[in-house]
Write a protein that binds this ligand. Structure first.
Ligand code: AMP
Length: 281
């Protein structure tokens, strides 16, 4: 497995594959890989001949006071895991390769980027859509793979692809969890022992909500209140949001009907965790 740093190199490698008629699957990541990332590779391998993984901690999607500098990075370890999972090439550019001096162009999806995570992370999705659009233009994949873990990100990217007529398929893969239910995340390494225990309340509250809906509860406010009540049993949990929205459009809903996304963001100290479940009734 090769690791390349330049746009020129990755383009050349992909072009050679495409000349042989091979399909390209792209798995965009910020590295510090875990089983969630590797599940995307597995999905990509099922439907594509050649797998490109990008590893790039994208500065434009981090706010001023966020964790860009301390975001965990370990390319050597990532390379081993990626190779074992069946990645064919890693594209891991330096920041100046993606944003050279004088860089001025951004992609912005309106509306759905301003709710949920967009409220407390202004500019975040503009950074995400910009880098993902650039990666799509550089790699020209047939399919790109994203995790349901970042439900809003997946919805925003699908909207960008549709609005900009980008010629690829977006595939969303299920959330991979630790055995005890915590959604896997590179940011979980920030949690101390106590916070790690407390963080279990996220998945517990979501699963309980899912159960209540499946057992017939349709009152959105009731479900939301129950989740908040459970989250507040953990004294150190600072709730950013708990929202129940249409799973495809992320639009507000009156009552629970159809495919619904129950999503939340909670802070433990300086660490912000997100999680969600989809329920269909
Ligand atoms: P990140 O490196 O955190 O930017 O994540 C890269 C991709 O992996 C995104 O599409 C995420 O949604 C996805 N991902 C992260 N964590 C998980 C998880 N626990 N399960 C499934 N996909 C995930």
């Amino acid at each position: 497995m090769k690791i390349v740093k330049t746009i020129k190199e990755i383009r050349e490698i992909v072009l050679q594959q495409q000349k042989k008629g091979r399909t390209i699957g792209l798995v965009p990541t910020m590295g510090y890989l875990h089983k969630g990332h590797l599940s995307l590779v597995e999905a990509a391998r099922r439907n594509n001949d050649f797998i490109v993984m990008s590893i790039f901690v994208n500065p434009t999607q981090f706010g001023q006071n966020e964790d860009y500098d301390k975001y965990p990075r370990d390319l050597e370890r990532d390379a081993r895991l990626a190779e074992d999972a069946g990645v064919d090439v890693i594209f891991s550019p330096e920041v100046k390769e993606m944003y050279p001096e004088g860089y001025k162009t951004y992609v912005n999806v309106e509306g759905i980027t301003e709710i949920l995570c967009g409220k407390s992370r202004p500019g975040h999705f503009r950074g995400v859509t910009t880098i993902v659009c650039k990666l799509f233009n550089i790699v020209k994949p047939d399919r790109a793979y994203f995790g349901q873990k970042d439900a809003q990100q997946a919805a925003v990217i699908k909207k960008m692809v549709s609005d900009l007529n980008l010629d690829l398929e977006i595939v969303t893969c299920p959330i991979v969890r630790e055995e005890d239910g915590l959604a896997m995340s590179s940011r979980n390494v920030y949690l101390d022992e106590q916070q790690r225990k407390s963080a279990l309340i996220l998945s517990k509250a979501l699963f309980e909500a899912q159960r209540q809906v499946l057992e017939g509860e349709r009152n959105k406010q009731k479900i939301r209140d129950n989740i908040l009540k459970m989250l507040h049993t953990e004294k150190t949990a600072e709730v950013d949001y708990v929202e129940i929205v249409n799973a495809d459009t992320l639009e507000e809903i009156e009552e629970i009907k159809g495919k619904v996304l129950i999503a939340l963001a909670v802070r433990f100290g300086t660490t912000r965790l997100i999680d969600n479940v989809i329920v269909e009734v």
